[in-house]
Design a protein around this ligand. Structure first.
Ligand code: CA2
Length: 145
């Protein structure tokens, strides 16, 4: 039986590879999706990769992951720093969630230093460019049966 992991992306990540390559690199979100699918195949995961600019979509997908997936990797974008609702959604499911960021948020503006979701997740990966996604999948592999 295949194991599904959800890789969820929050606001503005659809712009990846189109703006700000100095911070976020040159890959598009489709490139990252393809990298995640390939890495997932090696790790024994079916990767369900999604992006939304709407907080409610992300909340619904977290609930859905709680029913269908063995784990979640999430780059919540700027909602990371603001969303109690995402924190509560993550707390409401029992599958492990890994928070990830492309950039090193701690080396950037003060308002990016605090994560609302960090207390609710299993662990956090940030600062490795888009390789953070692949590292998050490896983290999920190491903590799922
Ligand atoms: O480093 C990350 O992955 C972030 O989650 C990215 C968010 C930012 O608000 C977080 O503080 C850190 C922003 C995503 C916006 O992505 C863009 C990509 C290309 C061009 C413009 C925005």
């Amino acid at each position: 039986m295949s194991k599904t992991v959800f890789v969820l992306n929050g606001p503005n990540l659809n712009m990846l590879g189109k703006r700000e390559p100095g911070i976020y690199g040159g890959k598009t979100l489709t490139d990252v999706e393809n990298d995640c699918i390939a890495a997932g195949r090696d790790l024994g995961f079916d990767v369900d990769f999604r992006q939304s600019n709407h907080e409610g979509d992300l909340i619904g997908w977290i609930h859905e992951a709680g029913e269908k997936a063995v784990g979640v990797a999430i780059n919540a974008g700027a909602y990371t720093h603001t969303s109690i609702a995402l924190h509560d959604a993550i707390k409401a499911i029992s599958v492990p969630v890994v928070e990830l960021h492309i950039s090193n948020v701690h080396a950037r503006e003060e308002f990016r230093h605090h994560s609302m979701i960090a207390p609710a997740v299993k662990g956090v990966i940030c600062g490795f460019g888009t390789a953070s996604y692949i590292l998050a999948l490896h983290a999920l592999k190491s903590i799922t049966a």
